[in-house]
Design a protein around this ligand. Structure first.
Ligand code: M6R
Length: 607
C-alpha cells in the first residue's frame, strides 16, 4: 500500500504535500517523493527511508510552486531505493506519475516501450505509465492518460502532472482508493480522508474506473472511456483520531474490515489462468522437486497460520511439513536432514524468537523462505527468498488481516509447489485459483453479517470460559479464534481437538458453557456432529460455524455463524472472520483497551 497526495491552488504545495504524506505514512514508508510544477518545468525530489529523509532533502534543495504531487511508497516492484521512489517521469521529464497499486502487465509494456526507444530510470511497474502517457501525448493530457490506462491491467490510483498543462492534475482510480478534497480556489487529492482533514471536509470519492480532472476551481469526473459522471459531495464529520481509524472505533475493527481489500492485494498479479506466479521467490532449479521437509517457525498468530499452511503444503505439494513454535524449536535438539526449507512466518519480520530459530535452521543448512508483511524487516534481509503478504500496516496488537493474508500466501505457495512437483493436477489448480479469486467477495459477505456476531457477543460477554472445538483445518482455526478471544477480552478460552474431548477435556464442559464448533471440513463432518452431541449432552451451548447451506449442522446447534460455501481447503480464510469479530465485540462489551491489550506488545523483540 502506498499513499498519494496532491495539491492545486495558490498556496505553496510542498508543506501540504509533506503534511499529507505524514498522515498517510501508516500506509507504508520505505521511500517518498514530491513533484512540483513551476515556470514550465517539473521539479522532483525523492528519498529512500522514512519521510524525515525526504524532509531533509527538501530543506537543502527546496521546491517551490503551487501545483504538486507527493507519494509515500511501500515497495512491491523494485527495491526501496531513491530511484525507485515516486514520482516517476517520462523520458523528457515533462510528465510525472504517482501510483498506488500494481500494474500486472508492466513487463510486457516495458519491453514494448524499450523497443520503441524509451529510457527507464527505475525498476518499478509505475514507470511504464509515465512512458505510456508520453507515447500517447498529443497536446491533450486527459486523452493521453485515458489511452495509457486502457493498456494497463491491475490496480491503480494514479495522479499525473504535465509541464505543458500546468494548471491541472489528472487522476484515475481502479481498485486502489482515491479521494478529492474541495476548497475555494484550491483542491487536494489523496489516498485516504485523514490526509485531507486539516484542509477540507468536503470530499468526493472517486469510484473504480473513473477519471478526475482537477483544476483550482473544478473537479470534472468521467468514466475512463469518457462518459461524464455526477457524484454528490460528501461532508466528513470524523475527528482526526477517528479519521485515522477510517471511522472505526478501533484499529482492530478497521483491520478486520480491510481484509477483503488486503486479500486482493496479496493475490494481485500472482494468479494467472490457473497458475500461480510468485514474485520474490527464486528457488534454485530442482530445489522444490527434491524437497524432503519444510520446517515452519513462527510465534502466536503467525504460528497458527503455519499450522494451516502445513495442511496446504502436505495436501497439495506432498511435502512433509512441521510447524514449530519458534521459542520451542530453539531449545529442542531437532533433527534436520536432507533437502530442507525453513519457512519463517512473521508479520513484523522482527520477532526475536522467530529470527533466532530461523538463523539456527539456516546455519544447519536449510534454505530460508520468509513470509512477512514488512518490507526491509530483519527477516527479509536474512532470508534467501521472501513472500510478502501485502496486508498493509497492521497497528492493533491483535493480528487479524496478517493472519488471513498469510493463509492466502500459503495456499498460493502450495499450489505453486504442487504444480512443480506434479502432485497437483491442472484441473484442481484451476479450481483453487478460481476459489482464491472469489475470496475477497466471499470475505465481504461474511463481514456483512457482523450484526449476528454482535448479538452473540452481547449474549456471551460475561462468560468466564469459552471453548473452540474442531478437527483438521478447523482445529487450527479454532486455536487462532481462541487466541484472539484471550488476547483482547481476557476471557479464559481453549481450543480443543474435537476428537480429544473424550480423552479428558470433556470434563471441562458444564451447563451453560459456550462452545464454538467449527464444521467446515466435509471428511470429518459426521465425527464433528457426534462431538456436538457430546457437548450438548453435558449442557454446553453450541455455536456452530458452518457453511450457510449446511442445514444439518444448523439443526444441531444452539446458534449458527454461517460462511459462504467454498473449497474446504480455503474455508479457514473465511471461518476466522466471525471469530475475530466475536473476540472484538466481547472485548468491547467488557470495556477493554482493544488495540493495546494489557501486558502485550505488537512486536516482540526480546526473548
Ligand atoms: O510479528 P509476528 O507475526 O512475528 O508476531 C508474532 C506474534 O507475536 C503475534 O502473532 C501475536 O501472537 C499477536 N499479538 C496475535 O494477535
Amino acid at each position: 500500500m502506498c499513499g498519494i497526495m496532491g495539491y492545486i491552488g495558490d498556496r505553496q504545495a510542498l508543506p501540504m504535500l509533506l503534511d499529507g504524506l505524514r498522515r498517510l505514512e501508516y500506509r507504508g514508508y520505505d521511500s517518498a517523493g514530491v513533484a512540483v510544477v513551476r515556470n514550465g518545468r517539473i521539479d522532483l525530489r525523492k528519498a529512500s527511508g522514512k519521510l524525515s529523509r525526504l524532509e531533509q532533502v527538501v530543506k537543502v534543495a527546496p521546491v517551490a510552486g503551487s501545483v504538486g504531487l507527493g507519494h509515500t511508497r511501500w515497495a512491491t516492484h523494485g527495491d526501496p531505493t531513491d530511484r525507485n521512489a515516486h514520482p516517476h517521469a517520462d523520458c523528457t521529464g515533462r510528465v510525472v506519475v504517482i501510483h498506488n497499486g500494481i500494474i500486472e502487465n508492466y513487463l510486457a509494456l516495458k519491453e514494448e516501450l524499450l523497443a520503441a526507444g524509451h529510457r527507464f530510470q527505475s525498476d518499478t511497474d509505475t514507470e511504464v505509465l509515465a512512458h505510456l502517457i508520453e507515447a500517447e501525448y498529443r497536446g491533450d493530457l486527459e486523452g493521453a492518460v485515458r489511452r495509457a490506462v486502457s493498456r494497463a491491467h491491475g490496480a491503480y490510483a494514479i495522479a499525473v502532472l504535465c509541464a505543458d498543462e500546468p494548471d491541472k492534475i489528472v487522476a484515475v482510480r481502479y481498485i486502489s482508493p482515491l479521494i478529492v478534497g474541495l476548497g475555494s480556489g484550491e483542491m487536494w487529492m489523496a489516498s485516504d480522508i485523514p490526509a485531507l482533514l486539516p484542509y477540507t471536509r468536503h470530499v468526493i470519492v472517486i469510484e473504480d474506473g473513473e477519471m478526475a480532472v482537477i483544476t483550482r476551481d473544478s473537479v470534472r469526473l468521467s468514466s475512463v472511456d469518457g462518459r461524464p459522471v455526477e457524484r454528490p459531495i460528501m461532508h466528513v464529520t470524523w475527528d482526526a483520531e477517528a479519521a485515522e481509524k477510517g471511522g472505526y472505533a478501533h484499529f482492530m475493527l478497521k483491520e478486520i474490515h480491510e481484509q477483503p481489500r488486503a486479500l486482493q492485494e496479496t493475490m494481485m498479479g500472482r494468479l494467472d489462468e490457473g497458475r500461480v506466479v510468485l514474485d520474490g521467490i527464486r528457488f534454485p532449479p530442482g530445489f522444490v522437486e527434491t524437497l524432503d521437509k519444510i520446517w515452519v517457525v513462527a510465534c502466536g498468530t503467525a504460528y497458527h497460520a503455519g499450522l494451516v499452511g502445513r495442511w496446504f503444503l502436505e495436501h497439495l505439494a506432498r511435502i512433509p511439513t512441521e510447524p514449530d513454535l519458534a521459542s520451542e524449536l530453539r531449545y529442542r535438539d531437532a533433527l534436520l536432514a536432507g533437502n530442507a526449507l525453513a519457512m519463517a512466518i512473521s508479520q513484523s519480520g522482527e520477532t526475536v524468537d522467530t529470527l533466532t530459530a530461523m538463523r539456527d535452521l539456516k546455519k544447519r543448512g536449510a534454505r530460508v523462505l520468509a513470509i512477512t508483511n514488512v518490507l526491509g524487516s530483519t527477516v527479509t534481509r536474512e532470508a534467501d527468498d521472501v513472500l510478502y503478504i501485502r496486508a498493509g500496516p497492521e497497528i492493533a496488537v491483535a493480528s487479524t488481516k496478517a493472519y488471513l493474508t498469510m493463509l492466502a500466501a500459503e495456499v498460493m505457495l502450495a499450489v505453486d509447489m504442487g504444480m512443480r512437483r506434479g502432485t497437483l493436477d491442472q484441473a484442481r489448480a484451476r479450481g483453487l485459483v478460481a476459489g482464491l479469486h472469489a475470496l475477497p467477495g466471499r470475505a465481504q459477505e461474511v463481514l456483512n453479517r457482523e450484526p449476528e456476531v454482535v448479538d452473540l457477543a452481547r449474549r456471551y460477554a460475561s462468560a468466564s470460559d469459552v471453548f473452540f472445538i474442531g478437527r483438521g483445518l478447523d482445529y487450527s482455526v479454532a486455536m487462532e479464534g481462541s487466541l484472539k478471544l484471550k488476547e483482547i477480552s481476557y476471557v479464559h478460552s481453549e481450543a480443543l481437538a474435537a476428537g480429544e474431548l473424550k480423552h479428558g477435556t470433556l470434563a471441562l464442559i458444564e451447563s451453560g458453557v459456550p462452545v464454538f464448533a467449527l464444521v467446515t471440513q466435509r471428511h470429518v463432518k459426521e465425527k464433528m456432529l457426534s462431538n456436538i452431541q457430546e457437548v450438548k449432552a453435558r449442557g454446553g451451548l453450541v455455536i456452530a460455524l458452518a457453511y450457510e447451506d449446511d442445514e444439518e449442522t444448523a439443526r444441531q446447534a444452539h446458534h449458527v455463524l454461517p460462511i459462504p460455501r467454498v473449497d474446504d481447503l480455503l474455508a479457514p480464510i473465511l471461518a476466522i472472520i466471525p471469530l475475530q469479530l466475536f473476540a472484538y465485540h466481547v472485548a468491547r462489551e467488557r470495556g477493554h483497551d482493544i488495540d493495546q491489550p494489557r501486558n502485550l506488545a505488537k512486536s516482540v523483540t526480546v526473548e
